[in-house]
Write a protein that binds this ligand. Structure first.
Ligand code: CTP
Length: 418
């Protein structure tokens, strides 16, 4: 996922970083989907749209493609087809929630019977995520027995049905059949996802865990940057371990080459300022683990164009970046667990304890990249955990996945050293 939410987005709906696949079918209410796409984007979602051919007569793929910032798919076999024909499978795997709005009687009947004649109906068969349908049609169609039976069929399969609203219809009649307004559909989507989450079990079920990982990059000019060697592995392993224990995990990740862990909301960022914005949007988390190797300095005045080499020397003026963890510490709630990392090459324990206190943390994880078995790469790590209450736990060299398990057990699940 490549989703850097705007600085105005907060995660009140729990939708930041969620991937919404919107299926639009051909009814008059399709005109509302432009606002619906905007609503999902505003809530911090990444949105992709599939449409039935009929829907393109009410709203253009160009409109929804522009608003969603993603290509809109209509046919399974488009005329000027190039590339892969398995887009329907890829889209189905990609989505966190498939929302069909509006769903016409025709599309409903196809979904109920398993027909597969457009990209929308094809992805309906490939999605593994929850499905929310919003039927909209004229009142007499809406109450017709065949429509009711088809809706029941979908509901029995676990599809969430958002019933149509009562009101004035395109025909001029008044009755039930109107598509709910876009903000209501966005809210219902958030409810569906939280209901699905509530079914998840594990010691961290119902807890929101925010993890930062990887390096940040500070631009020198449009082609160069300063950064560090962090691979992101440690943070990704902690995210994976927390998700396995049932947590709602948000992973704010600097640039890495790692695959997205399952059941994790990943928000991609580049610079420290971006990471700060994204982390603060999730500062309501129950647990925050700042693993990222955040760049401490940024270029004071990055060049707009590429810096050319026709010069004797190049000096860069650096200024400190915001300390994200210190900001979290200043605003820490008493029921929140805040865990930091300390990367130290000298006087490790003393420096780590200083950071623990200065940044108002519950735990700090000390590691030394120059020690054998520790460091930035994908392999192993060697850490010492220090708590606010004075506990100290030194772990041996372990694969990073095991270090991640141990960090969660000590800092979040409360397995205290004996
Ligand atoms: N951190 C942060 N924002 C920064 C720098 C660091 O949130 N601008 C976080 C890191 O994610 C880590 C902790 O602070 O959890 C400590 O990072 P570290 O690099 O060890 O220490 P610094 O605070 O940067 O101090 P120094 O570089 O002087 O050791």
């Amino acid at each position: 996922m490549n989703n850097t939410p705007s600085s105005t987005t907060s995660d009140t709906l729990g939708l930041v970083g969620r991937r919404i696949l919107l299926g639009v079918s051909g009814g008059i209410a399709a005109y509302k989907t432009a606002e619906l796409v905007r609503g999902f984007k505003k809530a911090g979602c990444e949105v992709k749209v599939v449409m039935t051919p009929g829907a393109t007569r009410f709203v253009t793929p160009l409109t929804l493609g522009t608003l969603s910032e993603n290509e809109v798919h209509v046919e399974i076999f488009p005329e000027n087809m190039s590339g892969s024909w398995t887009v329907h499978v890829a889209l189905g795997l990609w989505a966190d929630l498939f929302v069909v709005a509006p769903m016409t009687a025709q599309t409903l009947s196809k979904l109920a019977s398993g027909a597969c004649d457009s990209m929308l109906t094809a992805v309906a068969l490939t999605v593994r995520c929850p499905v929310l349908v919003c039927p909209a049609m004229d009142h007499d169609m809406y109450v017709h027995e065949s429509v009711r039976t088809n809706l029941e069929t979908l509901a029995k399969r676990g599809v969430h049905v958002m019933e149509a609203e009562h009101g004035e219809l395109a025909s001029g009649l008044v009755g039930q059949g109107r598509l709910p307004e876009p903000p209501a559909i966005v809210e219902e989507s958030s409810l569906v996802l939280s209901r699905v989450r509530a079914l998840v079990s594990g010691p961290l079920a119902g807890k929101k865990v925010l993890i930062s990982a990887g390096p940040t990059r500070e631009a020198i000019d449009p082609v160069r940057y300063i950064s560090n060697h962090s691979s992101g592995t440690m943070g990704y392993e902690i995210a994976r371990a927390a998700a396995r224990r049932g947590a709602d995990v948000v992973l704010v990740s600097g640039p890495t080459s790692l695959a997205e862990p399952e059941n994790v909301r990943r928000v991609d960022v580049i610079s420290t300022a971006d990471m700060h914005t994204a982390v603060m949007q999730h500062a309501d988390a129950d647990v925050v683990v700042m693993v990222a190797a955040v760049a401490d300095f940024t270029i004071a005045d990055p060049a707009e164009g590429k810096v050319k080499k026709d010069r004797q020397a190049l000096s860069l003026s650096l200024q400190p970046t915001v300390d994200i963890l210190a900001d979290l510490g200043r605003n820490k709630r008493s029921d929140q667990t805040l865990v930091g990392f300390a990367l130290e090459t000298d006087d490790g324990l003393a420096n780590a304890k200083g950071k623990l206190k200065r940044k108002n943390l519950d735990w700090i994880v000390l590691n030394n990249p120059t020690e054998e078995g520790a460091g930035f790469g994908p392999g192993t790590n060697k850490v010492t955990l220090v708590s606010r209450a004075g506990e100290e736990v030194s772990l041996p060299v372990l694969p990073k996945a095991d270090v991640a398990e141990a960090i969660l057990e000590y800092t979040v699940l409360g397995y205290l050293p004996s």
